[in-house]
Design a protein around this ligand. Sequence first.
Ligand code: C2E
Ligand code: MG
Ligand code: MG
Ligand code: MG
Length: 296
Amino acid sequence: RCKKEARGGYCVSSTADNRAAQDRLLLGSALRESLAKGMLNLHYQPQVDIKTGRLYGVEALSRWKHPTLGNIYPSRFIAVAEDTGQIETIGTWSLEEATRQIIDWERKGLYVPTVSVNLSAAHFRNRGLPALIERILKERTLNPERLTVEITESVMMDENEDTMEGLAAIRNLGVGLSMDDFGTGYSSLSRLSRLTRLPLTEIKIDRSFIMNLEHDPNAQAVTTAVIGIGNRLGMTVVTEGVETEAQLKLLQGLNCDVVQGYLFARPMAPADMLAWSQDAGRRLEASISEANARQS
Ligand code: C2E
Ligand code: MG
Ligand code: MG
Ligand code: MG
């Protein structure tokens, strides 16, 4: 038995382990080089206000296309970035790039109310984060409400005082605070009460619940409950991973606020976002407001 197995993990063989570790190191140094050369991009996915059909905001998602390794997905390189100490570099770059983009769109005639940036738990432990965000907003002369930062449930469970103070300081700047992938990380109801101790403005229900919404009564029960709790706590509830009309109908019936998913658009390059808003986005708004008018 290897050490990993004794700790409850599994063990294939130490050579396979070494190879995986080596892969990570290689990918880590490729990432370092790409970051230094400015070769990462942000793509943006629209979030739609379900009641008006209007654009509520966009989520910024990192993309990395390496000249020889090809497209590497965030599920892979974000983990590598965490392991190799580069996650804060990515977070800082995302904040700078996303706030630059929202202003660029505005110059080109597209008003995006808010841009959401994913930040890692490690970044929230850095006491300098609120000051960094404040500096970026000042540099851009951007209304803090135009920026939202997404945190994961692991941040919510973090007992670290610096993290809690940091979250409060960020919220005090006027920046939105969103709980991402809600429902995937905690295990008991008592932990749910921690939600009220965080200054959250938004809660995002994880895609795994939306995926099963049509056929699984449990997923529907959880979704209904979370929308109810979110609304009662004064938060905007966003559902991610909406792919079908049937899911959209169900979510409208459940009084969800905002939807995001392939049904509306995939994450896209900034220029495509301009085209989308003039074309598909407009049609979407018209059809949702028409449907709502018919209902009332
Ligand atoms: P996330 O923050 O929960 O982002 C949503 C993910 O779901 C994105 O995957 C998005 O492309 C995908 N998605 C959206 N709508 C649909 C849908 O209708 N169907 C399906 N099947 N998928 C949908 P992506 O871009 O691959 O990102 C994966 C995760 O990587 C993100 O999950 C986030 O946790 C992380 N990530 C991405 N960019 C960054 C970043 O800049 N910083 C950090 N810390 N994490 C990032
Ligand atoms: Mg997210
Ligand atoms: Mg998410
Ligand atoms: Mg998710």
